[in-house]
Design a protein around this ligand. Structure first.
Ligand code: HEM
Length: 179
């Protein structure tokens, strides 16, 4: 028979120790949250442009403006926060000799370089070319030039490569083991 049925005092289970949030945990949360906010947009991009191209090509110039504004004001600062928070974690955790830390640094440097030299200038050019093509198009037949197609193909390819690099980096960071 159970104790409480006999009127015995209830023997409460030992309390679980309260989780302590150390500065390491807080910086780790900032690191992961920044990664979601900074790189999440890369994965939404193909769907956004495919839908706009099919249903409302006239929205393409403003979408390219949104694209390079996000690159400049969300992704570039985000990359800096990822490097700073990652460096703190590497320092506190003694991970400087681990492969995944240097892989992360290389990927983040590559992303920063790709944003500055390819993504932002190409998106700006795509905005101008789409604007020009749409001004010259009649209401019934909207055609975008081959120059525009080349620019958007470049944007799609580079952002896909960056997306794959981010995913591979998440795998290495999640494994958290020196290879
Ligand atoms: C594309 C870039 C990056 C991505 C996607 C990424 C992703 C992540 C994720 C998801 C975690 C959490 C892992 C877990 O707790 O299971 C993590 C932790 C960590 N990251 Fe990054 N990271 C990136 C860049 C960096 C950089 C540049 C550095 C170093 C400067 C770095 C250093 C670290 C360290 C030291 C940890 C903590 C490992 C531990 O818990 O001991 N990361 N990262």
């Amino acid at each position: 028979m159970l104790d409480f049925a006999l009127g015995e005092p209830y023997d409460a289970p030992a309390m679980l120790p309260a989780a302590t949030a150390t500065p390491f945990h807080i910086v780790l949360a900032i690191h992961v949250a920044t990664i979601i906010m900074t790189f999440g947009v890369i994965f939404a991009r193909p769907l956004v442009f495919a839908l706009a191209g099919r249903h409302d090509p006239r929205s393409l110039p403003v979408l390219h403006r949104i694209e390079y504004t996000i690159d400049r004001y969300v992704m570039v600062p985000g990359v800096l926060v990822v490097i700073l928070s990652g460096s703190y974690l590497a320092d506190r955790g003694g991970h400087w000799s681990d492969f995944y830390v240097w892989w992360g640094i290389a990927v983040v440097a590559l992303i920063g370089a790709a944003l500055a030299t390819i993504m932002i200038p190409t998106a700006k050019r795509a905005e101008a070319v789409a604007d020009r093509d749409l001004r010259g198009a009649s209401a019934s037949a909207i055609g975008l030039s081959s120059e525009y197609q080349t620019l958007t193909r470049r944007l799609a390819v580079v952002s896909s490569v960056l997306g794959v690099l981010v995913l591979v980096t998440m795998l290495f960071m999640g494994l958290e083991r020196p290879l």
